[in-house]
Design a binder for this molecule. Structure first.
Ligand SMILES: Cc1ncc(COP(=O)(O)O)c(C=O)c1O
Length: 352
């Protein structure tokens, strides 16, 4: 009998075949207890963005564990790694003037995001906007709301009633999204949750034009656009976020893998002005930002924040060397200017 109940596993099969017990890791490889080496092609569960065995990360973690391992961040409490990390993430977030709310995982980021968007509308005097729209094949984690908006039945079988006021639309059809919102009544719809690239549902790239059209549909109807970047974020698609790559200008972003999980949203929320089709009006945010429901460990551990800060400086070094490689190729004329990542970076108007 295997005593450790594995997540997302057929435990009868695990009990029959036994567990694969991993022992150590280095670079892109992991070893099991018998010394067999494996190429970690999945980067654990898509979250080990910089490989294993980095002394900078281990040192940063150890130093912070000795200094201040964890503390509550409720009220006005913070720690330097947490405050600094929020600042850095805000700088690269795919929206202006972002604020960052840390959570304990992607599912909790989604949980928080659903509450934020509902609370947002209630503070803005539109409390009937409670419906959350998601897509077939979507995966937004398996906490309460995540399970309620998941796009695959596998995760909901036998659970009984889930959270109400949710709608599912096809994953690849912006007209169907528009029709679903119009049928429900835009004044009832709080937000559309969207993975820019469907991850767990099959790694599906968006059909050309889909994301832009879906974004337009939401904007025209005053529906908040939430980009779930738990898988796409932090460099996985060539930009810091898929939202930047696809020009999505989201109202809220959830992220987790490769960095401390969190949601980032605008501090001054921009909301489509009703009746201003296709345009947006900057409105002042509700006098107070919604007080977020949270958990004991929300943001509470400076130690992982310190670890992730160090990962981020590593990634900056990688990006720098990649840019140098590209500019050398560009100077040799072996790559067209349009495709040169180095030039593109210097001149943001050149897009692929
Ligand atoms: C798009 C997306 N959202 C949310 C989650 C949930 O993240 P976590 O497993 O950290 O709860 C995942 C996990 O893979 C994900 O792919």
């Amino acid at each position: 009998m295997v005593r450790f109940w594995h997540p997302v596993a057929d435990m009868h099969a695990v009990s029959a075949t036994g567990e694969l017990v991993l022992d150590r890791a280095e670079g892109v490889h992991v070893w099991d207890e018998s010394g067999k080496r494996y190429l970690d092609a999945t980067a654990a569960l898509w979250y080990c963005n910089v490989g294993y065995g980095r002394p900078e990360i281990a040192d940063a973690a150890a130093a912070q564990l000795r200094r201040l391992p964890a503390y509550s961040h409720y009220g006005d409490l913070s720690s330097r790694p947490t405050t600094d990390l929020a600042e850095r993430i805000a700088q690269i977030a795919p929206m202006d003037d972002a604020v960052v709310f840390f959570t304990s995982g992607g599912g909790e980021a989604v949980e928080t995001a659903v509450k934020l968007v509902r609370r947002y509308w209630s503070l803005r005097g539109e409390p009937r906007r409670t419906i959350v729209v998601s897509r077939e094949r979507a995966y937004h984690g398996l906490a309460g709301y995540g399970t309620s908006i998941v796009g695959t039945d596998t995760f909901t079988v036998g659970l009984g009633p889930l959270a109400g006021d949710t709608l599912r639309v096809p994953w690849d059809d912006a007209d169907a999204l528009a029709a679903a919102i119009d049928e429900a009544g835009p004044e009832r719809v709080a937000a559309f949750f969207c993975e820019p690239i469907v991850g767990a549902g099959g790694v599906l790239l968006p059909p050309p034009g889909y994301l832009e059209a879906a974004r337009r549909v939401c904007r025209e109807r005053g529906v908040l656009f939430v980009a779930d970047e738990v898988i796409c974020g932090f460099g996985r698609v060539g930009d810091w976020f898929a939202s930047t790559r696809f020009g999505l200008d989201p109202d809220l972003v959830t992220f987790a893998k490769g960095v401390t999980p969190a949601s980032a949203s605008r501090s001054g929320q921009r909301v489509p002005g009703s009746g201003h089709t296709g345009t947006r009006t900057r409105v002042t945010r509700p006098r107070r930002l919604p007080r977020t429901r949270t958990s004991t460990y929300s943001s509470a551990s400076p130690y992982p924040h310190a670890r992730r800060r160090s990962r981020r400086s590593l990634r900056r070094r990688w990006n720098r060397s990649r840019r140098i490689r590209w500019s050398r190729r560009c100077a040799r004329g072996s790559v067209s200017l349009r495709r040169c990542r180095s030039c593109r970076r210097r001149s943001p108007t050149i897009r692929p």
